[in-house]
Ligand binder design. Sequence first.
Ligand code: HXC
Length: 520
Amino acid sequence: MAIQPKSDERLKKLDELRHQSRLGGGQRRIQQQHAKGKLTARERLDLLFDPGAFEELDPFATHRTTSFGLDKNRPPGDAVVAGHGKINGRLVFAYAQDFTVLGGSVSETVGKKICKVMDLAMKVGAPIIGINDSGGARIQEGVLSLAAYGDIFLRNTMASGVVPQISVILGPSAGGAVYSPGITDFVFMVQGVGQMYITGPDVIRAVMGEEVTHEELGGASAHAIQSGVAHFVYETEEECIKELRRLLSFLPSNNMDDPLFQEPLDPSDRLDPDLLDVVPTEPNKAYDVREIMSRVVDDGDLMEVHQNFAPNIVVAFARMAGKPVGLVGNQPSHLAGVLDIDASVKAARFIRFCDAFNIPIVTFIDVPGFLPGTDQEHGGIIRHGAKLLYAYAEATVPKVSVMIRKAYGGAYIVMSSKHLRGDVNLAWPTVQIAVMGPDGAVNIIFREAISNSSNPEKTRAKFIREYEEELATPYVAAGYGFLDDVIDPAETRPRIIAALDMLKDKKDTLPPKKHGNIPL
Ligand code: HXC
């Protein structure tokens, strides 16, 4: 068959259109984007994917609106750049809203482009990353743009627990548009660049008479510290995207995928004779549980999630013997590591992510109980604390725990206990397990004996000693099999690794049901 000579004209046209599509809203708007200290959609995708590895889809798709002068403003590609490529050599789908085109607003066409990559990601089982920088629903398209959001939300919901979904907020994300990131597994934000809110400052002023800036209302700090909407916050877009790439290195591509293996430098049998010294002997003295975590995991490499939200509990990704694990630990250096509403919600969501994606959970326990007070009770600590309990109980991935110093009351049960299907429960010899701490317990059960005694303080001290020696030791729980072993703290790393290795083919089930009813 004779080969047709290539038509220069047709190739020239293709080049022109590609160039036009790559320019989005044009050079002037690109400069405006840069002047705001923001990268363009394409610059962001270039940073996200391995060099040259991004393949764009639908660069020539255009919106169909002819009213409001939009017939003269129809850039190829519309207001989103979408496609797929490799990140650290693995397939990932992504879209980046292009603020230079009609403020990144979501039209019917933008919605179709986003849905196309989401559908493909689901078919092939690869993560989806959405970079948000948008004025929201395209006002000129009315219900068509609302429908586009509905289509995206539906796909976010269907993809939940099937492929990891990550949102990056690098500009405005306002109104109902925030519910796409809100459904996804992890939200990244950059200080001073991304803002998320349901209603902006103008509406708040009009309706509530309250003055608030965009940044105070929905900036990275507000969502990282107060609302808990943002899991990761950074100073620059470059750092944010670099850390997103790092997060992906801990995650499987989908819920059927094998865990990623990364050869550690650290030997699996490494002992740490100084680990015990991290923990003060006094039960109420603070220390940083992250110090224990980082000394136990491979190469000290921890990626903390939700670092600034509910710091009284720490959740983090790490690796042990080369395989990813999810770590949960009470944090004695903040509010004594007590469980409260935010801590319960934070850890429950993390545990459910790990469970959905077959990432074993390792829990470090040092918990004085649930936080008392009317704020907590009226804020719903009963239903929020129940989330954590439910998440641990429901999880079928390997669950290994190490009790460090104390576990009192309901918090003992909640934190990955044997009673909630904990698989391997280890404790250091320093542990106290009881309904409550010795001071409170002795005051209740020996109140009369103490007040009738000739030397109440001495009597009290005697009862405390007895309580600590006879009731609150780990050997009582170990005697009932609620703890599988009491270990030398130096052996913590090899013992966890051995437990995870024993559990690597674990299969556990839930009774047949449509879905449970986690107390939301
Ligand atoms: C169409 C839009 C747009 C929108 C911005 N633009 N938002 N066009 N639909 N939703 C256009 C602007 O007209 C402007 O075009 C260009 O994008 C850049 O916008 P600016 O306002 O100049 O930029 P800036 O000053 O940086 O302000 C950004 C902004 C503001 C804060 C996002 O544009 C804004 O408030 N937009 C509307 C936000 C909003 O209320 N959206 C609807 C939310 S409700 P020109 O050509 O003039 O430069 C929603 C429902 C979702 O989204 C439904 C889900 C259930």
